[in-house]
Design a protein around this ligand. Structure first.
Ligand code: BGC
Length: 370
């Protein structure tokens, strides 16, 4: 007992000293020092460790680059924008030659990226576009509008909206208002679903949900938090669904879908009886388990290993002075310029293809799904 207590004390002190030294508790131990071979230092910043995908992205990219001989610094910012800016400044001062950034609030990095550009550092926006600055050289992501389209089309097909004779109760959600991707996910889905809302085949009952028809940010869940999505869904169910059931829920990603499923469960919805169609994105383990249990209908899977591979290749092209491979030079205008982009293809995963797409490819090991 005494030993356990003192171990806990030491761990506690380590956290306190870490914080005092300006280290973030949300920083992987491996990132504390640079490692790798004799090629230049590459800075990687990811938004948070609290979401599974960013852990995979960060670790995957770090490994790819180190295998190619690069030194890396990998930082996670606990979804705190100021913390991310500090980490970027630190990477710039540490001599990074390329910064790979999955931003938190992509509109606020301009002044920091100017400092980077002044030192000749190249910037790759990773997954999320960085807005309003000329100092973003490349963007690598999955086709974000298509993610939303896949979700919208899944709902359209599986709720059989074209043949529907009775209206279905529908609740839309959107992602974090500060994330440019969230707007594209919502637009992609809304472009498919709006005609059915307009024709009355999909009926939004909640006051918040109705705001989807105006500005998507009004229904956005800040920081993509599961707990916020859960309480929002509970509020909607408590206030607008005392005499009816929700039949379709648009969730832009898995972290929101997790909270929404929890709210449905709390309110007594039962799989196979009255559980609604519920969308998602990412293929997080907890959500794939929910898909197998019938509590989530689909996820839009983005194989983050492919994104890491692509970005590592871009870094190498930049450092060795080669032409950087992009496949889209039209779509991603960040308000200052069109950023040359490489778009990867997202795909739908349902219960039927968890094994063939996620397990057989090694994205998730079978034991994690038990
Ligand atoms: C990413 C999604 C992710 C979300 C929350 C978005 O920018 O594209 O894959 O679910 O952020 O982290």
């Amino acid at each position: 007992m005494a030993i356990r207590k003192s171990a806990a004390l030491i761990a506690g002190l380590a956290v306190v000293f870490g914080a005092m030294a300006g280290c973030s508790a949300d920083r992987t131990p491996a990132s504390a020092g640079s490692s790798g071979g004799d090629k230049p230092l590459i800075g990687i910043t990811m938004p948070t460790v609290s979401l599974e995908r960013w852990n995979n992205d960060g670790a995957g990219l770090k490994k790819q680059l180190e295998d190619m001989g690069y030194k890396t610094m990998l930082d996670y910012a606990d979804n705190k924008n100021e913390q991310q800016i500090q980490q970027l400044e630190n990477q710039i001062n540490s001599g990074a030659k390329v910064l790979v950034i999955a931003s938190i609030d992509g509109k606020t990095l301009g002044p920091t990226l100017q400092k980077a550009a002044d030192k000749g550092i190249k910037i790759i926006a990773y997954d999320r576009l960085i807005m309003g600055t000329p100092n973003v050289d490349y963007y690598a992501t999955f086709d974000n509008y298509k993610v939303g389209q896949l979700q919208g089309n899944y709902i359209k097909d599986n709720a059989k909206l074209d043949g529907a004779t009775t209206p279905l109760n529908f609740e839309p959600f959107a992602g974090s208002p500060d994330d440019n991707n969230a707007s594209l996910f919502f637009k992609g889905a809304w472009d498919v679903l709006k005609p059915y809302v307009d024709s009355g085949k999909l009926v939004i009952n909640s006051e918040t949900g109705k705001k989807a028809a105006g500005n998507w940010q009004d229904i956005g869940i800040l920081e993509w938090k599961s707990a916020t999505a859960q309480s929002e869904m509970e509020n909607r169910l408590n206030s607008f669904y005392t005499d009816k059931k929700v039949q379709v829920v648009l969730s832009p990603n898995d972290s929101l879908a997790l909270g929404i499923a929890q709210a449905l469960e709390t309110k007594g919805y039962v799989v196979g009886k009255d559980w609604p169609i519920l969308t998602g994105q990412d293929g997080d383990v907890a959500n794939v388990k929910n898909i197998l249990a019938g509590k989530q209908s689909m996820t839009v899977w983005k194989d983050t290993r492919e994104l890491a591979k692509k970005v590592a290749a871009m870094v190498d092209e930049i450092v060795s002075g080669k032409t950087v491979t992009t496949n889209d030079t039209k779509t991603y205008n960040n308000g200052n310029k069109v950023v040359p982009s490489y778009l990867l293809d997202p795909q739908v995963v349902t219960k039927d293809d968890v094994q063939s797409k996620l397990v057989d490819s090694g994205f998730i090991t079978a034991d994690k799904l038990k």
